[in-house]
Design a protein around this ligand. Structure first.
Ligand SMILES: [Zn+2]
Length: 361
């Protein structure tokens, strides 16, 4: 049975280990140790994600969370009076995003061992670098995951709070190669890469384009000194939409804009790459992960509350690798702020829902 004291204790111990993105070695080792102690066959893949497998009966299921946290996330001191809410002391985040997800997975396995309950084969996938662009999921060793369904425990609110739709994301890099020349003596011999890049930028998607589509020019680099015409400028950005056709249309329009700028500046060379960062999705009947989760929620008297989110999660990346994924709440609020807090009864509900999923054979 899911045990409140035990899961809370696990959570408090996990948040005591600092794990801002990029600094996950200690928490990865600790998670590996804990899963190993529960009989899970576990190791880190070449990127340092913690991947494990516990044998069982029937169709396997991936249980996933991420191990990294945002900043300020060092020296976290949880404040808890024994009641239902755990907060930070106000100087850092709490780290419920996503140590609560890790604690849920550990507790579900512990509970299964304690009860001697039959479960599906459980494939544990704890990613690094989720908060800095889903890096761990992008670099995960998918040859070690055989399940076609994943429960990603990484949303705010109760477990019935499900990410019902998430956007398609494309990223791009535009490089303008110009020609340098002395800015004071012979500027006419130069081809100013920054100025040409600026023309391109003005035509690239920016801001909220409609209710489900956004664009951002996020980074620009170029030039070395103020007295030389710059010969190089690099622009990086992204666009997202809930509809593939819309984001695909933005890619087409952006490329057309770059062609147009190129034709105005034949002495410059504009190179660009556009690539899908992750695919979007919308939960619909017939989706294996949604059917599994929604069935369990209803059986437990909870009403599934799918809602769209503007950001990607590891669930998007998993879907890109053919694993139907749902992202469920684990009781956190005010995520990514010093006001972050965890509602223990909702974390417990999350663990009970995940437990029911792995025991549904
Ligand atoms: Zn998270």
């Amino acid at each position: 049975m899911i045990n409140r004291d035990r899961i809370v204790q696990t959570f408090l111990e996990l948040v005591a280990i600092d794990s801002p993105s990029g600094d996950e070695d200690a928490i990865a080792a600790e998670l590996e140790r804990r899963f190993g102690a529960l009989g899970v066959t576990v190791s880190q893949d070449s990127y340092g994600n913690v991947l494990g497998r516990r044998e069982g009966v029937g169709e396997p299921v991936v249980l996933s969370a991420h191990m990294d946290t945002v900043e300020p996330g060092r020296g976290i001191t949880p404040v808890w009076d024994g009641a239902d809410i755990i907060r930070s002391d106000g100087t850092t985040i709490l780290g419920a995003d996503n140590k609560a997800g890790c604690a849920v997975i550990l507790e579900v396995i512990r509970s299964a061992i304690e009860d001697g309950a039959a479960t599906r084969p459980i494939e544990v996938a704890i990613s690094r670098g989720e908060e800095v662009g889903l890096k761990g999921a992008a670099n995960m060793d998918y040859s070690r995951l055989s399940a076609k369904v994943a429960i990603v425990i990484d949303s705010g609110g109760p477990p019935s709070s499900v990410q019902g739709a998430a956007p398609y994301s494309f990223g791009y890099v535009v490089e303008v190669h110009g020609k340098s020349a002395h800015a004071g003596l012979e500027p006419e011999k130069g081809v100013p890469a920054i100025t040409i890049a600026a023309e391109a930028v003005l035509g690239l998607p920016q801001g909220r384009l409609d209710f489900e589509t956004t664009g951002n020019v996020g980074r620009i680099q170029g030039g070395l000194v103020v007295n030389a015409v710059p010969d190089y400028c690099k622009v990086e950005g992204e666009m997202r939409s809930m509809e593939f056709e819309k984001v695909d249309g933005l890619v087409t329009r952006s490329k057309a804009r770059l062609d147009e700028v190129q034709s105005r500046h034949p002495d410059a060379r504009i190179e660009s790459t556009f690539a899908m960062g992750y695919p979007g999705y919308r939960l619909e009947p017939g989706d294996p992960a949604a059917d599994l989760l929604f069935g369990v929620l209803r059986d437990m008297g909870m009403t599934p509350d799918p809602h769209p989110v503007g950001g990607g999660t590891d669930g998007n990346v998993f879907r890109g690798h053919g694993i139907s994924s749902v992202v469920i709440g684990r009781g956190g609020y005010n995520q990514h702020t010093k006001d972050e807090y965890l509602v223990i009864p909702e974390m417990l509900d999350c663990a009970r829902v995940v437990e029911a999923i792995v025991r549904r054979i």
